[in-house]
Design a protein around this ligand. Structure first.
Ligand code: CDP
Length: 266
């Protein structure tokens, strides 16, 4: 069992958080597209210490057939945590929490996808949490929407997502695990960036009306920033040149440390 203890405070006298962030500052985010060979589409996200991989298969034939939807594709999301993703070993059997988060992610992604283009088919989204350090449902939504785009699924837009929480009376963007555990609650949300339609909104803990309005504003701002990072990750994956055509790559080869390349003649 882990020996984690409750920190004395979540916000220090200078107004900074446990990891030195300002209240409205997100953790460092790194998203990559096309990280798996076998999947039709895939993406990974590192958000602070949270690390998640999403894989998409389909559209493909749906089994079991009784789940078939005649007018659209069935978006089947499986959010799972690895046994080693949390300080206490996670039991391998899917928990109620994992089933709930799978449903929440599917509901957030559905409005972004032209599901009606694939009646009777299934689009499978597998989200695996390699390391959980708070905000996994939101990070999973970010990665899953990138993996869907990578699979070539027709979409209205990507779906950026972030949680805004509260600790010691202050609203905080993108809670880390300890802020989540010992803070006063959180509001995960996701949007379709083009019209700011909210496609995921949950609340854990108690917030005043004013706090909820402010938290949603902060969340939408962070989602817009995440949306830019998502687009960058897609561009990065699809603009990659073959190494042979890549001048930078060839330059890098010429500067391998310790290798003696003959000087070019003047
Ligand atoms: O991850 P997210 O904030 O979307 O969901 P949560 O149910 O509010 O869980 C918050 C955090 O608790 C997770 O991100 C994990 O870091 C942690 N957790 C854990 O330590 N053990 C679990 N079995 C489940 C969650």
């Amino acid at each position: 069992m882990s020996q984690e203890t409750k920190p004395d405070y979540l916000i220090n006298p200078e107004g900074l958080r446990l990891d030195g962030r300002r209240p409205d500052e997100m953790r460092p985010v790194e998203m990559k597209v096309g990280v798996l060979k076998q999947a039709d589409g895939s993406a990974s996200i590192r958000q602070g210490k949270t690390y998640i991989i999403a894989a998409v298969y389909g559209p493909r034939e749906l089994h079991p057939r009784h789940l078939t939807l005649n007018d659209r594709a069935y978006l089947r999301v499986a959010y799972r945590m690895t046994t080693f993703s949390v300080p206490d070993r996670k039991r391998p059997a899917p928990s109620r929490r994992e089933r709930e988060i799978s449903m929440v992610i599917a509901n957030a992604l559905s409005p972004a996808i032209f599901l009606e283009e694939f009646p009777k088919a299934v689009i499978d989204v597998y989200v695996t949490v390699i390391q959980a350090d708070g905000g996994t449902r939101c990070a999973a939504t970010n990665a899953a929407s990138l993996a869907l785009a990578d699979a070539g699924i027709p979409m209205r837009s990507l779906v950026p997502s972030i949680a805004v929480g509260k600790a010691e009376g202050k609203l905080l963007v993108d809670l880390g695990d300890q802020e989540d555990k010992y803070g006063g609650g959180d509001i995960p949300l996701a949007i379709l960036p083009e019209n700011e339609e909210i496609v995921l909104l949950q609340q854990d803990g108690s917030f005043t009306r004013e706090e909820i309005v402010e938290a949603i504003k902060m969340g939408i701002n962070s989602c817009k920033y995440l949306h830019e990072l998502q687009k960058d990750a897609l561009k990065m994956a699809y603009s990659k040149k073959a190494p042979a055509d890549d001048e930078d790559y060839e330059d890098d080869l010429e500067h391998v440390p310790g290798e003696d390349f003959p000087e070019e003649d003047e």
